[in-house]
Design a protein around this ligand. Structure first.
Ligand code: GLC
Length: 560
C-alpha cells in the first residue's frame, strides 16, 4: 500500500456533498433550482474543498416523494434542465477536481412510470411481472411500512385487476420486481447509460428493501430463474459497474445493524457495495451528544465490523431524510428527543427528528464545531448535506422531511439569493428568522475567516491531508474521562490522534500515544506537543474543545 494507491480508490478519502438541484441555485428565475444554476456554483463547492458531489434524483417525476418517484430512469426532469446541461455540470465539476455521483432508485418507480401504467392494465401485460403482485388478501403489514404517517400496509389493491401490488414506501411507489432478470437488465442498462454520460457512481437508494424482495422470490419454488442468494444481485451490479468504469462506486443506503451491513459489503470477499452510510455510528453520536458521554459512540465505533480495504464507511451527522433514531432503544431515543427535539412538531414517524443540527445545539458555535471536527476525524468518508457548511436551519412548518430541504442560502438578499422569482413561486419557502438568509448565508461567511464555513473548509483541508482517516486502522485510546473521545487512526508509518470533549467543562487528558518520545503536530491550529520518553502526553482541552495531532515518528516522509 502506497500513497499513490489513494488515487485509484478516490472514494476512501473523499468529501461528499449532497444536494438537490431544485433547491440549490435557480439560474432562470422560475423559482426552481436547475442544472445551469448548479454549474454556476461548482466553483463554490471547489472552494469549500468537496471532492464528490452526490445529486439527489434529477429524473422526470410527479414529485410526490421529492423525485424519489421516477417516471423515466433515463431522463432529466425538464424543470431542472437537459442531459446536455447535466454533462456540463459533470465536466465543470471534474475540471475542478470534483466527481459526481447520483441517486439511483432500484427498489421502485413512480406509479406514473409507463412500466407500471402498463403493468396494472392487465394480468397478462408484458410489464406485469416487472412489479410484485399478490392475488390473495395481504395480512396486516402495518409494522413494515416506512412512512407510518401515510401508509398502513405495504400492499395496495389495484381495482382494475383486483390484485395487490407491493410498495414498501408510499403507495404511489410500487416496488419493482428485482427478482425478474429483465428488470435487473434494464436497471443495469440505465446505470451504464449514466456512467457513459460521466457519473462516477451512484448512491443506491433503499438497498435492503429490494434485496429482501429478491429473497422472497427466491423462496418460491415456481421461480427457478431467481438467484438463490439474493446478494448475488449486488455482486453482479458491482462487477457490471466496475467493468464499465473502473473507479465508479456504489454507495448504499443500508440502515441496518453493523453485523448485517458487513454482508452488504460482500463480507470478506468485498464484492458488493463499495460504500455504505454508517447509520449506527450516527445515531449513537447523537446519544453521546445528548448525554455528554462518549461511551455510546465509542461502543458503536468499536463494534463496527472490520471491512476490507476495497470498502468504506460514509460518515454523516445529517442527511436529506428525517434524522432517524430508529436503531436506538425507546429509552435512548427519548433521551435524544428530550435533548434535541422535545416538541412534537420537531419529531417525525415516531423515530426521528425534522431538525438540522444548529437548532438542536441551540446554535452554540462551540458545539457545532466540535461535532464537525469529530465527524471529520472519524474513520471513513465524511458526507455533508448542502447548507451544513453554513449552519443552515430547518423550517418546521414544512411537511415531513421537507423541513430540511429548503433553498440554499447564498446571500442576505431576496430569497436568500437562491432565485429572482417572486417568493410565492419558489419550489420551497426560504427559512425565516434567526437561521434565515439575513443571518446565515454563503456570501458573508466566505469572507469571514471566523465563520463556520471557513472552519469547515479548514476541516476539509485537514481531512484531505490525513489519508490515515480514510485508510487507517482505528482504535479508541483508553483514558478515564467519559466526556472525551480520544482515538487514533494509523496508516503506514503515520498516525493521527484526535481528542474531542463533549463536555462543557475544560479538561486534561492523559494519553500514551507511542512507546518512545514523539512529536505531535497540531493539524487544526498552530502548535505542537512532545511526549515524554515513554510516549505519554497530557493534552488540555476547552469545554467542547478538540484537537487533531499527527504523530511524527523517526524519518516519516510526511511534511511536518
Ligand atoms: C430513501 C430516500 C428517501 C426516499 C425513499 C424512497 O430512503 O433516502 O428520501 O423517500 O428512499 O425512495
Amino acid at each position: 500500500m502506497r500513497v499513490t494507491d489513494t488515487s485509484d480508490q478516490w472514494w476512501k478519502i473523499a468529501v461528499i456533498y449532497c444536494l438537490d438541484v431544485e433547491t440549490f441555485y435557480d439560474s432562470d428565475g422560475d423559482g426552481i433550482g436547475d442544472l445551469g444554476g448548479l454549474a454556476e456554483r461548482v466553483d463554490y463547492l471547489a472552494e469549500l474543498g468537496v471532492t464528490c458531489l452526490w445529486l439527489m434524483p434529477f429524473y422526470p417525476t410527479p414529485d410526490r416523494d421529492d423525485g424519489y418517484d421516477v417516471t423515466d430512469l433515463y431522463g432529466v426532469d425538464h424543470r431542472l434542465g437537459t442531459h446536455g446541461q447535466l454533462v456540463e455540470v459533470i465536466r465543470t465539476a471534474n475540471d475542478r477536481g470534483i466527481r459526481v455521483i447520483a441517486d439511483v432508485v432500484i427498489n421502485h418507480t413512480s406509479d406514473q412510470h409507463p412500466w407500471f401504467k402498463a403493468a396494472r392494465r392487465s394480468k397478462d401485460n408484458r410489464y406485469r411481472d416487472w412489479y410484485v403482485w399478490r392475488a390473495d388478501a395481504p395480512p396486516d403489514t402495518s409494522d413494515q411500512v416506512v412512512f407510518p404517517d401515510r401508509e398502513d400496509s405495504i400492499w395496495e389493491k389495484d381495482p382494475r385487476t383486483g390484485e395487490w401490488y407491493l410498495h414498501h414506501f408510499y403507495r404511489y411507489q410500487p416496488d419493482l420486481n428485482v427478482a425478474n432478470q429483465a428488470v435487473r437488465d434494464e436497471i443495469a442498462r440505465t446505470m451504464g447509460f449514466w456512467l457513459e454520460l460521466g457519473l462516477d457512481g451512484f448512491r443506491v437508494d433503499a438497498v435492503p428493501f429490494f434485496i429482501d424482495d429478491v429473497e422472497t422470490a427466491a423462496a418460491d419454488p415456481g421461480r427457478p430463474d431467481v438467484p438463490a442468494d439474493p446478494h448475488q444481485y449486488l455482486r453482479d451490479l458491482r462487477a457490471f459497474v466496475n467493468r464499465r468504469k473502473g473507479n465508479a462506486i456504489l454507495l448504499g443506503e443500508v440502515n441496518l445493524p453493523h453485523r448485517d451491513q458487513k454482508k452488504f459489503f460482500g463480507g470478506n470477499a468485498a464484492d458488493e457495495l463499495h460504500m455504505m452510510f454508517d447509520f449506527i455510528t450516527m445515531q449513537n453520536l447523537y446519544l453521546s451528544l445528548a448525554r455528554g458521554d462518549v461511551r455510546p459512540l465509542a461502543k458503536a465505533l468499536r463494534q463496527r465490523p472490520a471491512i476490507q480495504p476495497s470498502c468504506q464507511w460514509a460518515t454523516f451527522v445529517r442527511n436529506h431524510d428525517e434524522l432517524t433514531l430508529d436503531k436506538l432503544t425507546d429509552a435512548q431515543r427519548q433521551e435524544v428527543f428530550d435533548a434535541f427535539g422535545p416538541e412534537p412538531e420537531m419529531q417525525i414517524y415516531g423515530r426521528g427528528l425534522k431538525r438540522r443540527l444548529p437548532g438542536m445545539l441551540d446554535g452554540d458555535p462551540r458545539r457545532l464545531r466540535l461535532v464537525y471536527a469529530l465527524l471529520f476525524s472519524l474513520p471513513g468518508t465524511p458526507t455533508i448535506f448542502y447548507g451544513e457548511e453554513l449552519g443552515m436551519g430547518e423550517d418546521l412548518a414544512q411537511e415531513g422531511r421537507m423541513a430540511v430541504r429548503t433553498p440554499m442560502q447564498w446571500t442576505s438578499g431576496r430569497n436568500g439569493g437562491f432565485s429572482t422569482a417572486p417568493p410565492r413561486k419558489l419550489v420551497s419557502p426560504v427559512v425565516e428568522g434567526g437561521y434565515g438568509p439575513a443571518h446565515v448565508n454563503a456570501a458573508q461567511q466566505r469572507r469571514d475567516p471566523d465563520s463556520l464555513w471557513s472552519f469547515i473548509r479548514g476541516l476539509i483541508a485537514a481531512y484531505r491531508s490525513c489519508p490515515e482517516l480514510g485508510w487507517g486502522t482505528f482504535e479508541v485510546l483508553p483514558q478515564p474521562d467519559h466526556a472525551v473521545l480520544a482515538h487514533r487512526s494509523a496508516w503506514e508509518d503515520a498516525a493521527v490522534i484526535a481528542v474531542h470533549n463533549l463536555g462543557a467543562e475544560p479538561t486534561e487528558v492523559d494519553l500514551t500515544v507511542a512507546d518512545r518520545e514523539v512529536l505531535l503536530v497540531d493539524l487544526l491550529q498552530p502548535g505542537e506537543e512532545r511526549t515524554d520518553d515513554r510516549g505519554r502526553v497530557t493534552l488540555a482541552l476547552d469545554g467542547y474543545g478538540y484537537r487533531w495531532l499527527r504523530v511524527h515518528v523517526g524519518d516519516d516522509a510526511r511534511l511536518p
